[in-house]
Design a protein around this ligand. Sequence first.
Ligand code: DC
Length: 226
Amino acid sequence: MKSRTTFIITIDGTSGSGKSTISKLLAKKLNFILLDSGKLYRAAGYIVSQTGTKINTAIDYKKLTSQISLKPNENTYEYVVYFKNQIIDQYLYTDDVAKAASVVSKIAEVRECMFNLQQSCVKGTGLIANGRDMGTEVFPDAPLKIYIDADLEIRAKRRLSELLDKGENVTFENIYDSLMKRDDSDMNRELSPLKIPNNGHILDTSHLKPDAIVDKILNLYIITSN
Ligand code: DC
């Protein structure tokens, strides 16, 4: 009997374009598991910053990243990140961790280890992999590749309202500036820069709600999987 292969959907895109929200909704609808690869780089950044070591000094990244593992959570349809067998997802969404992640994600050794971890997630019926290089480097043969973007000003407005809701003291100008810098760093770095994958479908979320984007991806999935 022919074994069923895992259907992979890659979702890459700019910061704040809505790819996390869209990936989560899609994973639930399709009963697929979501791999948010940004979480892995955040985990590496978090662990390094916890040790108090300067990121660019000689660190055994292979040893460090070998202590990171992933386990699927069937309730949230998402891979959860463990460090030394403890869940660390809850520590990964601070500004300091984001900064550390952005630095470690440029280190070749770290990307190599993450590549293997990401590949190990290919099991079960389906995988949604989101990040910056899912469709270009990690799963270039995925049958459905999506690239999500939105106008910078709209992304900044959305991020501002999210952070104000959380009670953070931020301004539109700060957020606009930081998103612009992240775009530049993601698109122009040497290793695995963010770009549109071959045969990738470009979806602009500037004027569409996440549900409408999810419907578009579901249509593409139906066409591709038949
Ligand atoms: O999407 P995010 O903000 O959680 O990503 C955190 C950092 O990891 C960000 O600096 C980009 C980087 N990243 C990457 O280099 N490659 C990926 N596939 C995903 C994220």
